[in-house]
Design a protein around this ligand. Structure first.
Ligand code: EPZ
Length: 418
């Protein structure tokens, strides 16, 4: 089993480039099934989720050519066969194959999704949307069959009881070739939804309103090939900005879309973090005298749930008492006991995390329980005096491309050990 070993307490400086967005590319790759020609994606991050998705789509018969960050996928060889079950449950986002296979073939036979341990990760809103469009859902052992064989999918008016990124995107994927109009009410507004809609529209789809809470899709007969640049990963960007404020002595984070991080940047400013916002970069100085704050997550454009964990080590440097409440995933607190093992004064009472600082962290053996918890432990390890060993790091490698190289380049003493 691999682990990350960090000798902390060293100041970091220099420049780090943000890669393409994981939560966009995990939908863009399945979306390509809907095209009748090859599609090229640029700016694809080097993360294991991408490796898994390529594996799945090749097993289904697509041909994939990967040159660095460019991916050319030709979907014409795909036959609508059951999904390769074994690979499904390593990746929650494999559920995007439901919408794209259903949208393309009127049928999908899939295994049930896996993913991080963030408490129950239901897909009831996805299935409700597919049923509204005429899909019949049946269960066969560990497989689930979604079928609209008779007359294909029909457009429908769908109201999302909960704001859901996955259900919003999956409904778009099913709707682009359905007969007639689909309206998604109470849709999620994340930038990744706009990115998927942009790809689909450039393939010939008719989607309006992506990024707002009402998305209107007019079904079309055919979708053709195109070339698409993946948007920068706002969660990776936020992670490196928090890291820069925690242990940096002048770090420039490039390939950042400021407008995707306004809530996050606002909270850093509230703490007293000094940074300079450039055209597509953010420069973070060495920080002194930070003030503890209260953080509450909410759907985009609110403070992202994915950034509350990576921000936490920086909060621990701040003067005073503060709190974090994650309204999206109440159980997203597994990093707290690990940070406490490093000497942090942080606890969880019910679903509220409270902390007080400033804290001097000490290196310790800790384990990553999910992707963003792992990122928090990397930052804490860089802050701590002494050696930190992080296990379960496969979570981290799922979402942070070239993280060892990027941190080494900033001067970190960090290595991957088998
Ligand atoms: C996406 O997950 C992201 N993953 C998550 O990022 C992110 O935390 C989440 O959106 C934020 O909302 C990807 O994009 C691959 P949701 P998703 O559907 O789509 C409930 C990371 O670290 N819900 O928006 O699975 C659900 O339980 C990951 O990169 C239902 O009740 O999340 C949650 O409380 C972690 N029924 C809320 O909605 C459903 O059918 C928001 O979930 C679907 C969701």
């Amino acid at each position: 089993m691999q682990k990350i070993v960090i000798n902390g307490g060293r100041p970091l400086k220099g420049e780090v480039a943000v890669s393409g967005a994981k939560n966009s590319v995990v939908a863009l790759i399945p979306a390509i099934i809907l095209a009748d020609e090859p599609v090229t994606l640029d700016g694809v991050p080097a993360i294991s989720d991408v490796d898994s998705l390529i594996d799945i789509i090749e097993t289904m018969g697509a041909s994939v050519d990967r040159q660095g960050e460019t991916l050319v996928i030709d979907p014409r060889g795909i036959r609508d066969i059951p999904m390769p079950y074994g690979k499904i449950n390593s990746l929650r986002a494999s559920y995007y194959f439901y919408g794209s296979l259903l949208g393309r073939y009127g049928q999908a036979v899939v295994g049930l999704p896996g993913g991080c341990d963030l408490g129950p990760r239901p897909i009831d809103l996805h299935l409700k949307a597919f049923e509204a469009m005429g899909a019949i859902i049946s269960y066969e052992g560990e497989y689930m069959r979604l079928s609209a064989r008779e007359n294909g999918l029909n457009g429908a008016n769908i109201y999302m009881d909960t704001v859901s990124v996955g259900a919003t995107i999956n409904t778009m994927l099913a709707a682009v070739k359905a007969k007639g109009r689909t309206v998604i009410e109470n849709a999620a507004r994340e930038p990744e939804i706009i990115d998927v809609a942009t790809l689909l529209n450039n393939m010939g789809a008719h989607i309006r309103g992506a990024g707002t809470d009402e998305i209107i899709i007019e079904g079309v007969e055919q979708l053709h090939g195109t070339r698409h640049q993946v948007i920068p990963d706002r969660i990776e960007a936020g992670t490196y900005i928090a890291l820069a404020a925690a242990v940096g002595e002048g770090i420039r984070v490039t390939n950042v879309l400021y407008e995707h991080l306004e809530a996050f940047i606002g909270k850093l400013s509230e703490m007293g973090v000094r940074m300079t916002v450039e055209e597509d970069a953010i420069v973070v100085d060495k920080q002194e005298n930070l003030k503890a704050i209260h953080v509450k997550t909410s759907p985009y454009p609110g403070f992202a749930t994915d950034l509350q964990q990576p921000l936490t080590p920086l909060l621990l440097r701040a003067q005073g008492r503060g709190s974090i409440v994650d309204t999206i995933y109440e159980k997203r607190v597994n990093h707290v006991p690990e940070l406490a093992r490093m000497g942090a004064d942080i606890t969880t009472v019910g679903t509220k995390i409270t902390y007080s600082g400033p804290n001097k962290l000490t290196g310790a053996p800790v384990k990553a329980t999910d992707l963003r918890a792992g990122a928090a432990l990397v930052i804490a390890g860089l802050m701590a005096e002494g050696t930190t060993e992080i296990t379960n790091i496969e979570f981290i490698l799922r979402g942070y491309s070239n993280i060892i190289e990027k941190l080494t380049q900033l001067g970190a003493d960090i290595r991957l050990v088998d």
